[in-house]
Design a binder for this molecule. Structure first.
Ligand SMILES: NC(=O)c1ccc[n+]([C@@H]2O[C@H](COP(=O)([O-])OP(=O)(O)OC[C@H]3O[C@@H](n4cnc5c(N)ncnc54)[C@H](OP(=O)(O)O)[C@@H]3O)[C@@H](O)[C@H]2O)c1
Length: 275
C-alpha cells in the first residue's frame, strides 16, 4: 500500500467506479464515498443532502475526485459548498464537462469550476460511450433503435475508463492541474456508434435521427424529466448545427501514455462484461 489516501465521490457511478479500481491498482488507500457501499474501496458515508457528512469524508485525504450528480435535485447548486468542505485536500479533480466554457455564467458546473483552488484539475470529458450501456440511452440499446436529435453530427465519444485514467493521473502527487479535456481518439457519428454495438453484441442496433420533441418524449416515457431531455437535446443540437465542435484531445496519450479506447473497443469490452 502506497501512503496516498484518496476520497472518491460517485464511487458507484460511471466514472467513479473506475477511479476507485484504478486508484487501488496504484496501491492507494481509497475511500469510496457515497450513500451506499461501492463494489470496491473503503465505504465512507457522503450524502449531497447531508452537509454533516461532507468534511469527515475529506479529512486527511491527499486527493479527492468530485462528481456532481447532475440528476440529483439541489446537488449542482451545492457543489461550491462541497468544494469548500474539501479545501484542506491538496489535490482535487473535479468531473466537469467539455463545453463548460460555452455555458452561461450561472451554469452549476461553471460555478463549481470557479470555486476550485488553482491546484485542482478540471476533468472535462465529452459525451460518454457509457450513456449507451448504463446511462440515459440504455433503453435505446435494448430497443434496437438509437433515436436521437443529433442528425449526422460527429462526436469524439469517450470511454469512462479513459476519463478515470486522466483523473487518477491528476490525483497522483505532482499530477496535472487546470483544464483537462478528455475525448476518444476520433470523431464519429451515431451510425458508427450503433454499428460498433451491433458488431460486438450481435444484436440489431441502428441510429435513426429524430426531432428534439420526439426525443424528449422518449426520454420522459423512460422516466427522465422534461428539463433533462431538453438539456440533452439542446446539447446534441449545438453539435448537429455546427455551433459547437468538439476537437479530439491528446490528454489521454499525454497523461496516461496510451491512446484512448475506440467505440468498437468499448463495445467489445461491454459485450465481454455480459458473458
Ligand atoms: N454522461 C455524459 O455523457 C457526460 C459528459 C460530460 C460530463 N458529464 C458529467 O458527469 C457528471 C456525472 O454524471 P452522472 O450523473 O451520469 O453520474 P454517475 O457517476 O453515473 O452517477 C452519479 C453518482 O453520484 C451518486 N449520488 C447521487 N446522488 C447522491 C447523493 N445524494 N449523495 C451522494 N452520492 C450521490 C450516485 O450514487 P448512488 O449509487 O447512491 O446513486 C452515483 O455514484 C455530471 O456532472 C455530468 O455533467 C457527463
Amino acid at each position: 500500500m502506497v501512503d496516498h489516501t484518496v476520497t472518491v465521490l460517485g464511487a458507484t457511478g460511471k466514472t467513479g467506479r473506475h477511479v476507485v479500481t484504478q486508484s487501488l491498482e496504484r496501491g492507494w488507500h481509497v475511500r469510496a464515498a457515497g450513500r451506499r457501499p461501492a463494489p470496491a474501496g473503503e465505504y465512507t458515508p457522503f450524502d449531497w443532502d447531508d452537509p454533516t457528512t461532507w468534511k469527515p469524508a475529506f479529512d486527511g485525504a491527499d486527493a479527492a475526485y468530485l462528481v456532481i450528480p447532475f440528476n440529483h435535485p439541489g446537488a449542482p447548486e451545492r457543489a461550491p459548498d462541497v468544494i469548500a468542505a474539501a479545501s484542506d485536500v491538496p489535490k482535487i479533480a473535479l468531473l466537469s464537462t467539455i463545453d463548460v466554457d460555452h455555458a452561461p455564467d450561472d451554469d452549476p458546473t461553471k460555478r463549481a469550476e470557479q470555486a476550485l483552488p488553482p491546484t485542482a484539475a478540471k476533468i472535462r470529458p465529452t459525451w460518454f460511450l457509457d450513456n449507451f450501456t448504463i446511462g440515459s440511452f440504455r433503453g435505446m440499446l435494448d430497443s434496437g433503435e438509437l433515436r436521437l436529435p443529433a442528425a449526422e453530427a460527429r462526436f469524439p465519444f469517450v470511454d469512462t475508463r479513459d476519463i478515470a485514467a486522466v483523473a487518477v493521473a491528476a490525483m497522483a502527487p505532482d499530477g496535472p492541474s487546470g483544464p483537462l479535456p478528455v475525448t476518444g481518439p476520433e470523431s464519429v457519428d451515431h451510425h458508427a456508434v450503433a454499428q460498433a454495438f451491433h458488431d460486438a453484441l450481435g444484436t440489431p442496433f441502428r441510429y435513426i435521427p429524430v426531432e428534439s420533441a420526439e426525443f424528449i418524449e422518449l426520454l420522459m416515457a423512460r422516466g427522465f424529466t422534461h428539463d433533462y431531455g431538453a438539456f440533452l437535446a439542446d446539447a446534441l443540437a449545438k453539435v448537429a448545427d455546427g455551433s459547437f465542435t468538439i476537437p479530439v484531445a491528446d490528454t489521454v496519450r499525454k497523461y496516461v501514455g496510451r491512446r484512448p479506447y475506440t467505440p468498437a473497443e468499448f463495445a467489445r469490452h461491454y459485450a465481454r462484461t455480459l458473458s
